[in-house]
Design a protein around this ligand. Sequence first.
Ligand code: AMP
Ligand code: ZN
Length: 465
Amino acid sequence: MSLRLYNTLTRTEEDFRPLDPSGKRVTLYCCGPTVYNLAHIGNFRTFVFEDLLRRHMESRGHEVRHVMNITDVEDKIIRSIHESGEDLRSFTGRFEAAFLEDLDALGCLRPTVTPRATEHIAEIIAMIQKLEKNGVAYKAADGSVYFSIEKFPSYGRLSRLDRTQLKPGARVSQDEHSKEAYGDFALWKAWSERDGKVVWDSPWGRGRPGWHIECSCMSTRHLGETIDLHCGGEDLVFPHHEDEIAQSEAATGKPFVRCWLHSAHLLVDGRKMSKSEGNFFTLRDLLAKGFTGRELRYALVSVHYRLPLNFTLENLEAARQTLRRLDAWAERLREKAGGATADASKPGSLAAAFSGALDADLNISDALGNLFEALRESNRRMDGNELGAKDAAELWRDWKAVERVLGLPASDPAGAPPEIAALAEERKAARQAKNWKRSDELRDTIHAKGWSVKDSPEGYKLTKL
Ligand code: AMP
Ligand code: ZN
């Protein structure tokens, strides 16, 4: 079965085929955090969904080049440092580091590249110059440069804007604005006193880039002019992604993104969790209440990404109970398997059913349904002493594959590709079963693939050779 994904651009589920003729390499761009404070768990719902997508594609054998930008210059950041007087880099650096720590705690694989907007200013300027040359950008009397949406006839295609409402000449300089106020948007913002020391020279005078242009620029720079997948939360469809399409396609004349994916919001009492509403939790708030990143990840990942998810602490309690049930089952399987190893040539039915369900636009409800059916059935067979060691080993191996796609391993070694992490997990299990021969074989395989694995009382450690 092929992977099918719901494309916001066409509002239909489509077969996913990467641009790479071999079908292997996939380019994935995810709009990253604006680092002006700690990301809340609503933001992380989106990042966890993107991680699930990536892990599922990797489990199907794709090589995913995953880019997530760090927005380290933007209206809210400037406002914050204007109030505190702190230097831009030291201010954003703190929140960027916290963000990456939280990603790790939530079991998200680090993106392949996390480029910062402030480190691409020359490229951003070059892209704006190209837009000027192509006749879609102009410098306004205030010294800022705007994108003229009138000159881009397909503006509004992604968000299905009513172009008859277009107000020629209307301009918006804020990075975030509503559909009611749409108009030409800022690519380059002329310096104003509020910007203080946050300023760069440009052909249009001193200023700073707008928010939207940074994603167009970094996507092209790190993934190419046309990419396979671009993700974000649904609030980014307009104006951010609409503007990204306009900028990129007007600059290159090529399609920007082949498939757009947007996740629904995390809600609190039916309203979007957001900083401005004040109805948010950070991961750290929940850790302080005694929950783990793994528990939050399960609560976030277990609801389909296009369905709204109302967050409560009871969700986390339920996630905790479910994980305990899964861990107890996995342990029981491992013991039952003893030293037996699964037949590598035979794909396990659980792994296949789980993966097949995710192929249908990441249908996590069906995927988890298959998992719990296997759990109930095998527990019943173990109760009746009817499950053989070989079957237990196969199920346990399948569970490890499922656990990896869900991003739930308690210790996913940061940086190691899933294939290596899987081999290391398998080796750990072989050692626990005192199967030294298998453990040595796996160490050699890991070594041949460019990694070393060392044991310590805390567990194993993987290092790139
Ligand atoms: P920001 O740092 O505000 O640019 O947001 C980072 C990501 O989080 C974007 O993809 C947003 O669409 C997403 N996001 C913001 N609020 C929520 C929410 N309540 N639920 C899900 N995703 C969200
Ligand atoms: Zn973006």
